[in-house]
Design a protein around this ligand. Structure first.
Ligand code: CO8
Length: 276
């Protein structure tokens, strides 16, 4: 039986732990507490004795629309709190640093089952996954709209977008805040497998990915998998950890200036749109 807390659920099936976003009405945008819960579940999955892989999956038409712009802790607070060092150190710097680390340091095979588009901090977390499966390339995209929100890169995207999609695509995605289409993601090697044209519902797609992973890990030597993952991280860890620590400080300075709060409110009021 899955355990659900605040729209994020957790269950173990055979060799995999499955974490599901279940807030389809908000396109699986996650508030601060939900990102925290996601991190706690990923930590729990890391400690499972029987699992080899952790799948992050979703419901509805989006994988995740990123940070919830209606989160009251971001836009509707006492100005003395909303522009304070104390507030943003606790609710942004500490949380983003930790969440990025939890994903990057996950010792099992981390899998994203992308039923649809992914935006913002959730896109950053997807880019830290080892394997990425996409339901339909035509409906999938990655959007890292930090430049449109008065923010800077988050979740080590300063490194991961270029590493996984190339420098030129990264410049477009990050400096110009343009979406990267599913086709481009596939052509640049991000996508392990997609099911375009098969018209799978999100539920069917999730089941297919789970079965694929259960079959793929069957009879492999688990300690070897964990050992190889550790070794594969040697090259990327210094870059990712350095980017993470620099990004949170730069991001913190943006929140203190107050621009992101204003732009999040504009998004919520439909006065601002992202470039598509
Ligand atoms: N937060 C809350 N609700 C959302 C969000 C969101 N991010 N995105 C969509 N929704 C809601 C809409 O309000 C709408 O609700 P309703 O039906 O009640 O009006 C519903 O989901 C459907 O959305 P749309 O009608 O807008 O659907 P479209 O297909 O027309 O558009 C888009 C989809 C393009 C995704 C559009 O909804 C959009 O631009 N959403 C905003 C995405 C965004 O900017 N996310 C934040 C990215 S930045 C980030 O994640 C890092 C920030 C770090 C913050 C850290 C805080 C401490």
């Amino acid at each position: 039986m899955a355990e659900e807390i605040d729209g994020v659920s957790y269950e173990v099936k055979g060799k995999v732990a499955i974490i599901t976003f279940n807030i389809p009405d908000k396109l699986n945008a996650l508030g601060r507490e939900q990102y925290l819960q996601l991190g706690k579940f990923v930590e729990r999955a890391d400690k499972e004795e029987e699992t080899v892989a952790t799948i992050i999956q979703s419901t509805g038409r989006f994988f995740s629309a990123g940070a919830d712009f209606s989160d009251k802790k971001t836009i509707q607070q006492d100005p003395a709190v909303l522009f304070s060092h104390e507030h943003w150190l606790a609710s942004f710097v500490a949380r983003n640093t930790w969440l990025t680390n939890v994903f990057n340091d996950h010792s099992k095979i981390l899998v994203a089952a992308a039923n649809g588009p992914v935006i913002g901090l959730s896109a950053a977390l997807l880019l830290l996954c080892d394997l990425i499966y996409v339901n339909d390339l035509k409906k999938f995209y990655i959007l890292t709209p930090f430049a449109n929100l008065g923010l800077v890169t988050e979740g080590a995207t300063a490194i991961t977008v270029a590493r996984r999609l190339g420098w030129s695509k990264a410049s477009e995605a990050l400096l110009l805040a343009k979406k990267i289409s599913g086709e481009d993601c596939n052509q640049n090697g991000l996508v392990n497998k997609h099911f375009t044209g098969e018209n799978k519902s999100t539920e069917d797609f999730n089941k297919t990915v789970e079965q694929l992973i259960q079959d793929s890990v069957e009879s492999l030597h688990e300690d070897s998998i964990f050992g190889i993952k550790k070794l594969m991280k040697i090259g990327r860890d210094p870059e990712i950890n350095y980017a993470n620590s620099q990004e949170v400080v730069a991001g913190f300075n943006k929140w203190i200036e107050g621009v992101p709060q204003m732009r999040f409110a504009q998004l919520a009021n439909k006065e601002r749109k992202h470039k598509m």
